[in-house]
Design a protein around this ligand. Structure first.
Ligand code: SF4
Length: 414
């Protein structure tokens, strides 16, 4: 998942210390009433986006249809009746398309619907992942009033950002995003940034680092451009580029360190956390706390009430192996009905089998737990697989960079 506020925590892979002796516990298909817990509810109020970034994985971004309130009401009633909500609050990620392309009035009604459920106001922690181009003071008032977490998509300085993040007329959007950033600042709203790293970025780690540092960004996550959904190839599809990705990440890490770490960089923070607190992401029974691989840990709903679980990137994607990747429609189906669905069972079995492959073959498994199913599917053709370019870049490299640095500091290297 590629948001910032699901943020600096949405990275499905953890990281930690190397040990290849792990085993991946089997997952039972849950029954309603079992002690499962919803971590993230992703709702697409509309598939529409006002921009046309060329690496975007989402289909139907010109479709302006919008979720109707009775659909949202049904979705929320399914969530609350399932017993999955609680005891801890869950993240409600408004992820479209561009969530702010849906009018503010719609959200005012939607939040009132959610608040009307017992515990709805306390349980749902709202998040917007936005391209920032539509932000204004009115949106900021609402964001502040409702304590919504904001993630801003911004790839770096204009020549990097505008290479891919364009309008439908092909114009760059950097200036508009910076205006949105200033609007957030003026309204004293904290936000994190997610920057996609594409081929153009790799030769400019210094410019990108300095841009974020000089703009006072203190929470940053990198998403290495991925093959996913309708983005069928990545500008980083080569071994040679993998070395460049490593060089990029290392240089950003070293620059940040030299400046006293003014930016919390998600990938390195995760690596550090896992080094300092091994098994941070594991429950006492050895299971990894990763909502993307937990059955019903993540529920993803489109504007018609169709829903999936596991990686939200798969919602609405036509896949050869698993069909449309829809496990039901919440207008007529209960959430737990999905567990009887053949596609759900196949997906879960393959994810589990893929995780066992990771456990058997990867020295990073103790920190990672098997990583993102959608990356396995889009890179390897099946969930029943292990290593991906994505996990090498987002799990293995940051951990290696931090460990190398630690070894240097402790003078453990020759
Ligand atoms: S192969 Fe990749 S996904 Fe699997 S455990 Fe290792 S780092 Fe994680």
């Amino acid at each position: 998942m590629k948001t910032s506020q699901a943020n600096l925590a949405d990275q499905s892979c953890g990281s930690g210390a190397a040990c290849g002796c792990a085993t991946a516990p089997e997952t039972e298909i849950p029954d309603q009433g079992e002690a499962l817990s919803l971590a993230v509810l992703v709702i697409q109020p509309s598939p529409f986006c006002n921009l046309d970034c060329d690496y975007c994985y989402l289909p139907n971004r010109t479709d302006t249809r919008r979720m109707e309130m009775p659909v949202l009401e049904k979705v929320m009633s399914r969530v609350f009746e399932s017993g999955l909500a609680g005891p801890h609050p869950f993240s409600l990620l408004w992820h479209a398309g561009e969530p702010l392309a849906v009018p503010l009035k719609w959200y005012r009604e939607a939040f009132a619907v959610i608040d009307s459920f017992p515990g709805g106001r306390q349980m749902a922690m709202h998040n917007f992942q936005t391209n920032g181009t539509l932000l204004n003071d009115e949106w900021c008032d609402f964001i502040k009033e409702r304590g919504i977490e904001v993630g801003l998509s911004l790839d770096g300085p204009d020549f990097i950002h505008d290479a891919h993040r364009k309008t439908r007329k092909g114009q760059g959007t950097h200036a508009k995003v910076m205006k949105g950033l200033e609007t957030l600042r003026r309204n004293e709203i904290n936000f994190g940034v997610v920057a996609v790293v594409s081929e153009e970025s790799l030769d400019h780690p210094d410019a990108i680092y300095e841009f974020f540092r000089d703009n006072g960004i203190d929470g940053l996550g990198f998403n290495i451009e991925e093959v996913e959904g309708i983005n069928e190839s990545s500008s980083l599809d080569s071994l040679e580029n993998e070395d460049r990705v490593r060089g990029f990440l290392r240089q950003v890490y070293l620059r940040n360190k030299a400046d006293g770490n003014p930016i919390r960089i998600r990938e390195f923070e995760t690596a550090w956390e896992n080094i300092l607190q091994p098994r941070l992401n594991q429950s006492p029974d050895g299971r990894y706390l990763n909502a993307e691989v937990e059955p019903l840990g993540m529920i993803n709903v489109d504007c018609f009430g169709n829903f999936s679980s596991f990686s939200p990137e798969l919602l609405g994607q036509a896949t050869e192996k698993y069909g449309s990747f829809t496990f039901g429609n919440l207008i007529k189906d209960r959430i737990f009905d999905a567990t009887a669905n053949e596609a759900f069972q196949q997906v879960l079995a393959d994810i589990e089998s893929g995780n066992r492959k990771c456990a058997e073959s990867c020295e990073f498994y103790q920190y990672c737990g098997g990583a993102s199913p959608s990356n396995k599917y889009y890179e390897n053709g099946t969930f029943d697989s292990s290593e991906t370019r994505h996990c090498r870049s987002m799990v293995q490299m940051p951990l290696e960079i931090v460990l190398e640095d630690l070894e240097d500091d402790l003078q453990l290297t020759n």
